[in-house]
Design a protein around this ligand. Structure first.
Ligand code: NAD
Length: 481
């Protein structure tokens, strides 16, 4: 049994209230760690430490800050194996996914913003007739709050922390209580990299105990949140009346549109990943697959044949393609949507049931990836986020029809289009109400691009200059001469 600690003021510390909660390994169903159930008192100590560190950190040269963030990236690379094992252990994802995606991306996040900040500049505006010049100062806010979810734990934790720190803010961060292990290890890495005490503080605990005091803290003016839409709505209801600056990265119900002229081999191969990678628990996964009627049966049959044979198993086995979903509660939620789909008239073409493995994985939370057809695009199964290894598949006849179906949910995070017709790709991309559109690919990420969702998928954008701007406050200075 591991006992995890907060990382506050440069030290690993126990919760002030002495309370802990269980952390479960989803592939075995067994408790493997005790997590501090931090509360308002820990958040306050973390805030005080961050506030005290702010003058030093914000005035440190950009080169010096950048060097420390780069060192953190180097240490993540050096500890790749240990971090990937930790991620697989508490999330249930295949170890090879953690090794090839989660942890390398966490180090890229740190390195990207370490470099980006050395290139940042602000605008000036010249007024010819006065004459006068305006210049914009961009300064860090002080102490900012970062809250992250369980699906890509270290990847999304660092995606917020890196730009917040690079711009000179100090941070109080709360990782998901369901997958806290790599955030705990990250605190140790920051210590090793020489990050000054108090610059980053990691407070563990659940949403009500540790998240809420962070969001409602009087002196934390900025909150960057990634998680569910319902939580985002609650956070906005607390933070907006306090006039906090908010970035909300929320849920999705992403369409994957396959036109008749698509490269079918590539579209099928990529659709397997875009539907079921990380057990379908990536906010960018396509969960509604729309296929042109002329190729519908061919595409469906080829996809079902491959998905029905996907190997569900121990995250630590090399051959495993699908690991465990993150928790028992989440498994039950996903399975309840399979029942709902049946009630709504859906046919389960493959999977959709719990898988009971042998040996130490016998109590793990495994689901065989499911494909469902025969549902109207308006039903609940097709409108609500399931966030598991479940997709629906539907035929369409025309571009207009598929655009209307794709845009019919409250969400607007990501979409994929498969076509060889470049004009159609541009037309459809333009019409989709989606913050990100991939054409003939999925999850191809350039960290300079704006990242985020429309409608109930979020407010604001992360990535590149968007993140640098989010974490800095602009001030215009106007000089007449
Ligand atoms: P969640 O909303 O339950 O929790 C996210 C974080 O918020 C956790 O750290 C949690 O402890 C905290 N939290 C919960 N209640 C809180 C409160 N009242 N105040 C402050 N913090 C609180 O989400 P989850 O189940 O961890 O993650 C899955 C969701 O995240 C899915 O909806 C998924 O689509 C979404 N997601 C979105 C993106 C994106 O970039 N748009 C990326 C990943 C995941």
């Amino acid at each position: 049994m591991i006992t995890l600690t907060h990382y506050i003021n440069g030290a690993q510390v126990a919760p002030i209230n002495g309370k802990y909660m269980d952390v479960v390994n989803p592939a075995t169903g067994k408790v493997y760690a005790q997590l501090p159930l931090g509360d308002e008192a820990d958040v306050e100590v973390a805030y005080q430490a961050a506030s005290a560190a702010f003058p030093l950190w914000s005035k440190m040269s950009v080169d010096a800050r950048s060097a420390i963030l780069s060192k953190i990236a180097d240490l993540i690379d050096q500890q790749l194996d240990e971090l990937a094992r930790a991620e697989a252990l508490d999330n249930g994802k295949p170890l090879k996914l953690a090794k090839h995606v989660d942890i390398p991306r966490a180090s890229s996040n740190m390195r990207f913003f370490a470099h980006a900040i050395t290139q940042a500049s602000s605008e000036s505006h010249f007024m010819e007739h006065e004459p006068a010049i305006n210049y914009t100062l961009r300064r860090p806010y002080g102490v900012v709050g970062c809250i992250s979810p369980w699906n890509l734990p270290l990847y999304l934790f660092t995606w917020k922390i890196a730009p917040a720190l690079a711009t000179g803010n100090c941070v109080v961060a709360k990782p998901s209580e369901i997958t806290p292990y790599t955030a705990y290890l990250f605190g140790k890495i920051c210590e090793e990299a020489g990050l000054p005490a108090g610059v980053l503080n990691i407070v563990h605990g659940n949403g009500p105990s540790a998240g809420n005091p962070l969001v409602s803290h009087l002196h934390i003016p900025v909150i960057s949140f990634t998680g569910g839409t319902a939580t985002g709505k609650h956070i906005a209801s607390v933070a907006a009346p306090m006039f906090k600056k908010l970035s909300l990265e929320l849920g999705g119900k992403n369409p994957n549109i396959i036109f008749e002229d698509a490269d079918l081999d590539l579209a099928i191969k990529t659709t397997i990943g875009s539907s079921f990678a990380n057990q379908g628990q990536i906010c960018l996964c396509g969960s509604r697959v729309f296929v042109h009627r002329s190729i519908y049966e061919t595409f469906r049959d080829r996809l079902v044949e491959k998905v029905a044979n996907m190997r569900v198993g121990d995250p630590f086995h090399e051959a495993t393609q699908t690991g465990a979903v993150v928790s028992e509660a989440h498994m039950n939620k996903v399975l309840s949507y399979i029942e709902l789909a049946k009630e709504e008239g859906g046919r389960i073409l493959c999977g959709g049931h719990r898988v009971i493995l042998e040996g130490e994985n016998k109590d793990g939370f495994f689901i065989q990836p499911a494909i469902i057809e025969g549902l109207p695009y308006t039903c609940r199964t097709n409108q609500e986020e399931i966030f598991g290894p479940v997709i629906t598949i539907m035929p369409f006849d025309s571009e207009e029809e598929v655009i209307a179906m794709a845009n019919s949910t409250v969400y607007g995070l990501a979409a994929s289009i498969w076509t060889r017709d470049v004009n159609r790709a541009h037309r459809v991309a333009e019409e989709l109400k989606s913050g990100i559109v991939w054409v003939n690919c999925w999850l191809l990420r350039d960290l300079r691009t704006p990242f985020g969702g429309m409608k109930a998928s979020g407010v604001g954008r992360e990535g590149g200059w968007e993140a640098i701007r989010f974490f800095t406050e602009p001030k215009n200075v106007c000089i007449k001469y």
